[in-house]
Design a protein around this ligand. Structure first.
Ligand code: CUA
Length: 338
């Protein structure tokens, strides 16, 4: 007998059959691609529930059709057999019209129930987070708070939060697969949706309406956290950015405020008050650079500042003529803004 433990013929066969099935099943739940079938909140839960109802109904109908097909093949009329009248008509009426009617009416009713549940937003006293879509990033504010951040919004766990949506340019679509179905952002309109998370965690969102070259890099993060952490986030949004603590950071701040950066970007509590690009008051704490384009670390930040076109081609930040000696200072300052 072979001393090495090897798979038997049976297990090899099982693996051949099971691997494609497992891959198919896993394709919907990898860590980086959130699935609407892995809901973490009330809104996505309704949609996932309806999805499974439709899935199993489709499976039942498919099985029924296969049974009828097999039956027809086995009991097909032999040449010269007598034709019986009456029965086929009754069968066609029940299986071809009656059953589909019941299924469609049921699905329609379930859809209406879910629609009503999704329309049942937070009360008037709930926190409102204001999100504006830009090509290709998300501006995030909290109603009644002066500051802004980008591509990341926080919500308190277990509470419904109103999300007010606008677009600064073209159509975008706000989608957090694990929390809520899509809501389109339409020029000239203010749309509303809400978010609710049952458990703390980070949930990835994505623009779901093609909006130009960098549509794919228009991602964001929803951080669901305990109420006190959420309140602290709101407080930070209204407060000035962290002051520089080292000489390099101080030089970086000076370069930022006096250079071209301040023409497009704001940092609260400094002279930088640009409104074209994202507010950078907490840029050091963000999960990514360029709305999901690259990780947020010193190297990528430097590359982005020098020439973001190599990182996210087509975005609206032109290459910056930054003095090679100033670049490390700028990076040190921006990294300190947490
Ligand atoms: Cu914004 Cu796609």
């Amino acid at each position: 007998m072979n001393t090495r433990a090897g798979p038997t013929t049976a297990t090899r066969h099982l693996a051949r059959v099971a691997t494609p099935a497992a891959l198919l099943a896993l394709s919907g739940c990898s860590g980086t691609a959130p699935s609407a079938l892995d809901p973490a909140g009330a809104g996505a839960g309704r949609v996932a529930g309806l999805w499974w109802v439709l899935f199993w109904l489709s499976m039942a109908v498919f099985a029924e059709v296969m049974v009828v097909l097999a039956w027809a093949l086995v009991f097909r009329r032999r040449p010269g057999a007598k034709v019986r009248h009456g029965q086929p008509l009754r069968f066609v009426t029940v299986a071809g019209a009656g059953v589909p009617l019941v299924i469609l009416v049921t699905v329609y009713a379930l859809g209406l129930c879910d629609l009503a549940a999704l329309g049942d937003g937070p009360g008037p006293r709930a926190t409102t987070v204001e999100v504006t879509g830009h090509k290709w990033w998300w501006e995030v504010r909290v109603a009644g708070v002066s500051g802004a951040t980008a591509n990341e919004l926080h919500i308190p766990v277990g509470e419904k939060v109103r999300i007010r949506l606008r677009t600064a340019d073209v159509l975008h679509s706000f989608w957090v697969p694990q929390l809520m179905p899509k809501t389109d952002l339409i020029a000239g309109e203010v749309r509303e949706t809400w978010l609710h998370a049952e458990r703390a965690g980070s949930y990835r969102g994505q623009c779901a309406e093609y909006c130009g070259t960098q549509h794919a890099h228009m991602a964001f993060l929803v951080v669901a956290e305990p109420r006190r952490d959420f309140d602290a986030w709101v407080t930070r949004l209204g407060a000035p950015a962290a002051a520089p603590r080292t000489d390099a950071q101080r030089r970086g701040q000076q370069a930022f405020v006096q250079g071209t950066c301040a023409g497009c970007h704001a940092i609260r509590g400094t002279g930088a008050d640009g409104r074209i690009g994202p507010d950078l008051s907490d840029v050091g704490a963000r999960w990514s650079i360029g709305a999901g384009a690259v990780p947020n670390d010193g190297g990528h930040l430097g590359g982005w500042i020098a020439n973001s076109q190599t990182v996210k081609p087509g975005n609206y930040m032109p290459p910056q003529p930054v003095d090679a000696q100033r670049l490390p200072d700028l990076i040190a300052y921006l990294r300190s803004l947490t």
